[in-house]
Structures are given as C-alpha cells and as structure tokens.
Design a protein around this ligand. Structure first.
Ligand SMILES: NC(=O)c1ccc[n+]([C@@H]2O[C@H](COP(=O)([O-])OP(=O)(O)OC[C@H]3O[C@@H](n4cnc5c(N)ncnc54)[C@H](O)[C@@H]3O)[C@@H](O)[C@H]2O)c1
Length: 267
C-alpha cells in the first residue's frame, strides 16, 4: 500500500484512531481528521486535540517516518471544512485513494418524541450528514486519480442500522441511512474503479459505548458483552482491521457491502 493516501474522520480516539494505525501499518499515508472539541449539544466529551496529536505521533512512530500521518481539525457537519480536509490530503500527498467516515456520536435515553431537538439534530447531522459530506467531498477526489483506479469510500455504520434499539431511535435512523447511502453510492460508482462499503460494529470498547451504558443506566460498558454471542466487547482494532482489509487489495471485489464486525450481535 506504499504511496496510497487515506483520510479518516473521527481519528482522535476509538475506532477512528485504530483505523489510522491499521492503515499506517499497511503502508498508507493518512490524514487524521477530528472535530477535536466538545459538542455543547451532547453530555459527554468528544476526542481532544491532545488525543488527535497522540494518534499522529503514534502513527508516525509505527511508520518510522514523521510525515506519514498528519492531523486536520474539521467538523464533519461543515461541508467546507470537509472539502478543505480532502484538498489538504491531495495537496500533501498528491491524491486520495481512500476516505473512511468513522466520526460519530450517540445520544438518546428517551423515546424519540421526548428527545431534545438539538441532540436529535446532532446525531442526524454527524452520523448521517457527516458521511454524506465526506462522500460529496471525497468521491470527486477519488475519481481524480487516473484510471485504472482502486479508490475506496468506507463508512462505519452500526448493528443499530438493522436492530430497533429503544431510546436510540435517531441513532438507529442515522446508521440505517448510512447503509442506504453506501448501497446507492456503490451503484452510482459502478465501473469507475472506486467502491463504497461499510462495516457495522457491535459493542466495541470506546467512549461511545461508555456513553451508551450511561444512557441505559448500566454500571459500565462491560454489561453490553452479555448481549453479544461472543460474550465480550470488541476491541477497536478488530473493527479497524476489517476497514483496512476493505481499503486494501483484498477488498477489490466488494462494493455496496455492509460487513458486520459485531461478535454476532446482529444474529
Ligand atoms: N463503540 C461502539 O460500540 C460502536 C458500535 C457501532 C458503531 N460505532 C460507530 O463507530 C464510530 C466511531 O465511534 P467510536 O466508538 O470510536 O467512538 P468515539 O467517541 O471514541 O470516537 C468518535 C470520534 O468522532 C469524533 N467526532 C465527533 N463528532 C465529530 C464531528 N462533528 N466532526 C468530526 N469528528 C467528530 C469524536 O471527537 C471522536 O474522536 C461511530 O460512527 C460510531 O457510531 C461504534
């Protein structure tokens, strides 16, 4: 994968951070994008600037090259900022081969009709709108690579895309939206050499799962292990490994797929 260039959103921690490291280990150069500040509409912390810089430093340490991972602060709700991130990756490394939409938030804890409107909007705008924004900005860049191409648009959906999770209706709607988007995008991209795929994680040990535990009034996130047939939480690296596979040559025959990486949660 040497010479290949990826952009990953939600890169400051969790699945996004693990994806940056998995791609670097496969030889990619990576623009690590995150909002890197708290969201006043949500009651839990987002990834921080320090965490984003730590991912960049760790990635460059893995690569043995101080320039293989760069940080870029952008809010995926802001199309101009997402455009700027894509242009930065092209400017730094000469093109873009993969865009990975990992950034996401969770909110809920009430039936939909009682959910504060600003929280509902944050979930829809980041979890679905942010993926749409990245697709709109990144697909033209993926298509700017000369033929024959092997571009990849990847998104993180969720087991929530297909399960009706009470108190998380907006999140379920946004994630189902991501899977619909990926399927349509795959057909639109057709024979261009650019593919679109998603992964649907189950309960994975990250800050989102900690917040989900709080939403459901559980003592801690480990309680979610019991609902997954594998009876353990996933590690973010296990989700990242599948994203890196899809980004690589092994994923060349796949498009429009939504791959469960869920310890059996969706069964
Ligand atoms: N952890 C799980 O159990 C689980 C399960 C299914 C799906 N997912 C999905 O995985 C993805 C990654 O989440 P995670 O579990 O690593 O959680 P996380 O909270 O650790 O990471 C999410 C990252 O997204 C960033 N982010 C939030 N809003 C943003 C915005 N507006 N613009 C740019 N960046 C923003 C945050 O700062 C944070 O660094 C999300 O899309 C989430 O919905 C997670």
């Amino acid at each position: 994968m040497d010479g290949r260039v990826a952009l990953v959103t939600g890169a400051a921690r969790g699945i996004g951070a693990a994806t940056v490291l998995a791609l670097v280990d496969d030889g990619w150069s990576v623009l690590a994008v995150d909002v890197a500040e708290d969201n006043p509409d949500l009651p839990y912390a987002m990834g921080s600037r320090d965490e984003l810089e730590a991912v960049v430093a760790e990635g460059n340490r893995h690569a043995g090259d101080p320039g293989r991972v760069r940080a870029f602060v952008a809010d995926v709700r802001d199309p101009a900022a997402v455009d700027a991130a894509v242009l930065a990756a092209e400017h730094i490394w000469g093109g873009l081969d993969a865009a990975v939409a990992v950034a996401g938030v969770i909110a809920g804890g009430t039936p939909l009709w009682q959910m504060p409107a600003v929280r509902q909007q944050a979930v829809l705008d980041i979890d679905l709108g942010g993926v749409v924004s990245l697709a709109r900005a990144a697909v033209p860049a993926l298509l700017r690579r000369p033929e024959p191409r092997s571009g990849r648009f990847l998104a993180v959906a969720s087991a929530a895309a297909t399960r009706g999770l009470p108190m998380l209706a907006a999140y379920c709607a946004a994630k189902a939206g991501v899977t619909g988007l990926i399927r349509a995008l795959a057909v639109e991209l057709g024979s261009t050499g650019v593919t679109a795929n998603a992964v649907s994680p189950g309960s994975t040990a990250t800050s989102i799962l900690d917040e989900s535990a709080r939403i459901y009034g559980l003592a801690d996130a480990k309680a979610f292990a019991a609902q997954q047939p594998m009876r353990r939480l996933l590690d973010p690296a296990e989700v990242a490994a599948v994203l890196a596979f899809l980004a690589g040559p092994g994923g060349s025959g796949m498009t429009g797929a939504v791959v469960p990486v869920d310890g059996g949660l969706g069964l």
